[in-house]
Design a protein around this ligand. Structure first.
Ligand SMILES: [Zn+2]
Length: 148
């Protein structure tokens, strides 16, 4: 019996270029000296920036946060990355994760929801941020025209 090296065994568990749930890193197989080895780096570095992908939405979120004096959160918007879309399947939902998806729910004592006090995110629908340890972790975008 041939025993695969640990790195190879790990690569077989994690298909190329998906988030490996065990460590929140992008994992992909790369050839090296005739063997497949795992190369990984933090998932955040491979994900597109919100501001590049949907600049209008980024501006709407930032403006709403500034209106509510959430300057700390507003300052995070330019650095947010779109890690993963919500998988709920509702046709009115275009929510996405900006921090790795939690295994279960967010820890209650470190989590808060923020939404615009005037209920006017810039479109005729809803914006709700899930904030964990004062970092924007999930952006709930509901009833919005296609993201732009
Ligand atoms: Zn959803």
């Amino acid at each position: 019996m041939v025993v695969a090296p640990l790195s190879q065994a790990f690569a077989m568990r994690c298909p190329p270029s998906i988030r490996c749930p065990s460590d929140d890193r992008i994992t992909r197989r790369v050839p090296s000296g005739g063997l497949w080895v795992v190369a990984s780096r933090p998932v955040e570095l491979d994900a597109p920036r919100l501001i590049d992908r949907w600049p209008v939405l980024a501006g709407q979120i930032r403006a709403a946060l500034i209106r509510d004096d959430e300057t700390e959160l507003a300052g995070q918007v330019d650095e947010l990355r779109v890690l993963e879309m919500c998988a709920c399947g509702d046709d009115f939902c275009q929510s996405f994760y900006t921090a790795p998806r939690p295994e279960k729910s967010y820890p209650m004592d470190r989590h808060r929801n923020w939404f615009p006090e005037d209920d006017e995110p810039g479109w005729d629908g809803y914006l709700i941020l899930d904030v964990v340890d004062e970092r924007i972790a999930f952006v709930e975008v509901l009833y919005r025209p296609p993201l732009d």
